[in-house]
Ligand binder design. Structure first.
Ligand code: ADP
Length: 482
């Protein structure tokens, strides 16, 4: 149980027009570590979603009219308050999401980093003057906020996925309506509360959760919402994309991945194992950039898989607040069922379990971190993201062939590979079909680099100097008669 008091940031209502609202119906937030109810939260539907959009629309013109520096200063205050409340935010996050406390503390910093970064970027939204095609005219390019935006976020990084969208939106001069995951709304509510404390004006930030399809329908059909930024499953992302066609919204979609991790024969194997641990087991394997397929060169295969299993055996599964625990529970029963199905299917088709492959005696949704050797492409987990602590290791012998295998998926989010050959590093980085590549590194997420995918992994980029462009329209002004 948490010893950290988060009551000061615990908000269970819906927030719009600068006020926390209750609803007749509520729904329970469950701690995945023990199945207990953490809080009852307002269950919103279409009416509340519409009120939230009204609120964002009403606040838009005055928020846009502020100077970039004023918006920047408010974002900086928000950043300071997030940092000041790091422990309470982490405790809340751990309680509703289940990640270990150390990872929760890390996520708060990661989430705050987007607010800091975009507080700075707010002041650097430059336009352009283009050499004219006519002597008596000038061509200018202005960048303007798109307007009201809606952010729909998942449960695996409830804080960071939100600030990655909201901070650039607010910096650009947009106002926002948020729909966090129904599994983890309390983290989002706490962030909104801190934004309010920081002095971000009424209506600029609004949050509703509850009936996701109903709220989503309001967001996608309302003309005043000019952009939707979504992080979640490819299925929901494609559905929302199709729903937005009618009102021609700008979209950012950060969807599923099926990341490959390739270890070439010339790799530093110890470094590759360390990278594999970092990229596979964070948040109990529940991140969209988590490796789903390990491709290991035949000549280093046994060394890698046995070394990986040795490291995996050092992981400690348990309640996320217990010191030293590195692996919390999976988010819910459905997630556990998928992990079990994938492992069973792999074992039935000839995979070798080097460690794990079962639930520990803790009850709940825990699953032991697992290394499976002799994986092959007929297994279900080759095509479908497992989203759990399973490292499935495939064997390869040829560079061209492994690139083909790595690319043989509809997804294209991230990939990782280990080699000490510079030529190969360039060749493979260019050939892999995805939005992000880490060479000789196991973790690539940072607020200063563009995060996003290609193919079925989505559209648009978050973070970095590119992230703010997603919230801006380009306007061309031809100034004649000069
Ligand atoms: P996951 O499998 O990661 O939960 P989802 O795509 O189901 O992925 O959920 C991601 C986010 O999308 C959550 O906030 C969820 O409530 C929301 N969501 C799911 N279905 C819809 C929908 N029809 N309209 C709007 N939001 C939705």
């Amino acid at each position: 149980m948490s010893q950290i008091d988060y009551s000061a940031i615990l908000k269970t209502g819906a927030y719009y027009n600068g006020v926390w609202h209750t609803t007749a119906k509520t729904y329970p937030i469950i701690n995945p570590a023990n199945g207990q109810t953490v809080a009852e939260v307002a269950y919103c539907g279409a009416a509340e979603a519409k009120s939230a959009v009204d609120s964002a629309e009403n606040a838009l013109s005055s928020w846009q009219a502020m100077t970039a520096k004023m918006r920047s200063n408010l974002l900086k205050k928000w950043f300071d308050l997030i940092i000041k409340n790091q422990s309470a935010l982490a405790a809340l996050l751990v309680t509703e999401q289940g990640k270990p406390l150390s990872e929760g503390m890390g996520e708060v910093l990661y989430a705050a980093s987007f607010v800091e970064w975009f507080a700075e970027e707010a002041k650097r939204i430059y336009g352009d003057v283009i050499p004219s095609h006519k002597g008596d005219a000038r061509i200018m390019v202005l960048k303007q906020p798109v307007g009201v935006i809606a952010a729909i976020t998942p449960w695996n990084f409830p804080l960071a996925m939100l600030t990655r969208k909201i901070a650039p939106a607010l910096a650009a001069g947009c106002t926002a309506v948020i729909k966090p995951s129904e599994e983890t709304p309390l983290s989002a509510h706490a962030l909104v509360h801190l934004a309010q404390e920081a002095g971000i004006p009424e209506g600029v930030l609004n949050v509703v959760s509850g009936n996701a399809p109903e709220i989503g329908q309001v967001f996608t059909s309302d003309k005043r919402v000019r952009k939707i930024s979504f992080t979640g499953s490819t299925k929901t992302g494609k559905y929302l994309y199709s729903q937005c066609a009618e009102t021609m919204k700008k979209m950012s979609l950060e969807l599923g991945g099926n990341a490959a991790f390739i270890v070439f024969d010339d790799a530093d194997i110890d470094a590759a194992i360390a990278g594999a641990m970092a990229s596979k087991f964070r948040n109990t394997g529940q991140t969209c950039v988590c490796v789903n397929r390990f491709f290991i060169h035949d000549s280093v295969y046994e060394k890698f898989v046995t070394g990986l299993a040795t490291e995996v055996n050092k992981l400690i599964v348990g309640d996320a607040f217990t010191p030293n625990v590195t692996q919390g529970p999976l988010i819910n029963e459905m997630a556990l069922a998928k992990v079990k199905r994938h492992v069973e299917d792999a074992l039935n088709k000839g995979a070798r379990a080097l460690t794990g492959a079962k639930q520990p005696n803790l009850g709940g949704t825990y699953f032991e971190p697992t290394v499976l050797a002799d994986a092959h492409i007929d297994m279900e987990m080759s095509q479908e993201e497992t989203f759990g602590p399973i490292a499935a290791c495939y064997r390869f012998t040829d560079e061209d062939d492994v690139i083909k295998q790595a690319n043989a998926t509809d997804f294209g989010l991230s990939s990782y590979f280990y080699t000490r050959d510079v030529g190969r590093a360039w060749r493979v980085a260019e050939a892999l079909e995805c939005g992000m590549i880490a060479v000789n590194e196991g973790m690539l997420s940072t607020e200063i680099a563009p995060f996003g995918g290609i193919k079925d992994s989505g559209l648009g980029r978050e973070g970095s100097k590119y992230g703010i462009e997603e919230y801006l329209n380009i306007k061309y002004v031809l100034m004649g008669g000069i």
